[in-house]
Design a protein around this ligand. Structure first.
Ligand SMILES: Cc1ncc(COP(=O)(O)O)c(C=O)c1O
Length: 423
């Protein structure tokens, strides 16, 4: 931090301050990205070819922890080589590389770069919000019965720190028949006069339900209309299963805080994420920052040296996504998820848990098979059919698929046939 402040204060040009010439050494090569060979972003086969995923398998669980596409792998390799050759010299460019990532993230979010904190994961962002939230005596927090266990843990820690009460509300009884109106009504009814933070997950990793976040934000605006700023209920969204999958600019969701890993649907470097807010005043920074201290997102970026080659290669993940086109990716995911839901719904032994409506779901598709435990089904799919699925890590586990840019409609058909054969 001192180093950065000193550099800024002296107005020194990056890469020159220490007298290290970056060009001409291994680090200098890192400044010239090598374009991925023969990548045609308009051709889905070419997109798939950018991944080193095992071609013998159909990858319906790559959203769990991303496989890196070629441009991301190359960027990581470049930065790693530079750091290995001359860590001190290469670090002279860390602000520039970090800002490149922040700018790319801001562009994708529809936000200002200074409002973007760089994190290691969704969970780290949740910890920063819940760990830093300023609460007045008596204020409480509302979450739902459909959130991630990391969120519940972060909220327990918030209670231990502040004594604040945390309540959970159920937004639907059966996910397949969830409706946007009912979810908003139930959430509104649970908000108390002292509720300061409302914590929801955009796309539930337990059921595949996508919450109507813009409608929730609009409802909160009416709730907040008569409240002083420090008493307003702020909306915090865990967006990890919508980010990179749903064609929506995060800033248009209307939430106050948004956390996401960028190592799932975006296929960004493993161990990266972003936290965005438009109302940073409500939280205090938790971890000392090494970033420039001139904007709240930078101040909220946890400091300490990171796995820098991964963090800096996040810019290439956003570029890869943009080259293909966020709307084309969103449409491709919706198309396959709809095909999968229709196919699964036509199998007598299968109960589809995820809503069929595209606006109430995203890429995650969950189901159960009569008389077959989800883990057993996932094992059979992998062993006998070369299909990688996952199982939801919640009570009442379900079989879970995530079609995306590394799967095809033909593979979706293969999944439907394989599931139909399991009994
Ligand atoms: C809803 C939800 N939030 C957060 C996470 C954790 O993500 P991260 O590894 O980015 O913290 C998961 C699953 O891994 C999840 O399903």
């Amino acid at each position: 931090m001192i180093r950065r402040r000193a550099v800024l204060g002296a107005g020194v040009v990056y890469g020159v301050a220490s007298g290290v010439a970056l060009t001409g050494c291994t680090a200098g090569e890192a400044d010239t990205p090598t374009p991925s060979q023969q990548f045609d972003p308009n051709d889905w086969a070419s997109v798939r070819a950018q991944f080193a995923l095992d071609p013998k398998l159909a990858h319906f669980a790559s959203f769990l922890f991303a496989s890196h596409p070629a441009p991301v792998r190359q960027a990581i390799d470049r930065h790693r080589a530079g750091l290995d050759a001359d860590p001190a010299g290469y670090l002279e460019k860390d602000i520039e590389y970090e800002e490149r990532v922040r700018t790319a993230a801001a562009e994708y979010l529809g936000a200002q770069p200074g409002d973007v904190a760089l994190t290691d994961s969704t969970t780290m962002g949740t910890g920063l919000v819940c760990g830093g939230l300023k609460l007045k005596p008596g204020q409480d927090v509302l979450t739902t019965e459909h959130d991630f266990f990391g969120t519940y843990d972060a909220l327990q820690k918030l209670t231990a720190r502040t004594g604040a009460r945390v309540r959970r509300v159920r937004l639907y009884d059966a996910p397949a028949t969830a409706t946007a109106g009912d979810a908003v009504t139930r959430l509104k009814a649970a908000i108390g006069p002292q509720t300061r933070l409302v914590v929801v997950t955009w796309v539930h990793s337990s059921t595949g339900v996508r919450l109507p976040v813009p409608e929730i934000a609009a409802m909160l605006r009416t709730v907040n209309a008569g409240r002083a700023p420090a008493d307003q209920a702020l909306l915090f969204v865990d967006g990890v299963h919508g980010f990179g999958a749903v064609d929506t600019k995060v800033a248009d969701l209307g939430c106050d805080f948004f956390t996401t890993g960028t190592h799932k649907w975006l296929h960004g470097p493993r161990g990266t994420g972003v936290l965005w807010s438009k109302s940073w005043d409500a939280i205090a920074p938790v971890i000392p920052s090494f970033s420039m201290p001139d904007a709240p997102g930078r101040l909220a970026t946890p400091g300490g040296y990171h796995s820098a080659e991964h963090r800096w290669a996040l810019a290439e993940a956003f570029e890869f996504h943009a080259a293909i086109g966020r709307s084309r990716i969103g449409a491709r995911i919706t198309e396959q998820a709809t095909q999968l839901k229709d196919g699964l719904a036509g199998i007598a032994s299968v109960t589809l848990a995820t809503p069929k409506a595209a606006e109430l779901s995203a890429g995650l598709v969950m189901c159960s098979i009569d008389g077959v435990a989800p883990h057993q089904a996932a094992g059979t799919l992998r062993r006998d059919h070369g299909i990688v699925a996952s199982v939801t890590p919640y009570n009442d586990p379900l079989l879970r698929f995530g079609p995306g840019i590394v799967t095809t409609p033909e593979e979706v058909e293969r999944v439907v046939k394989a599931v139909a054969s399991i009994n």
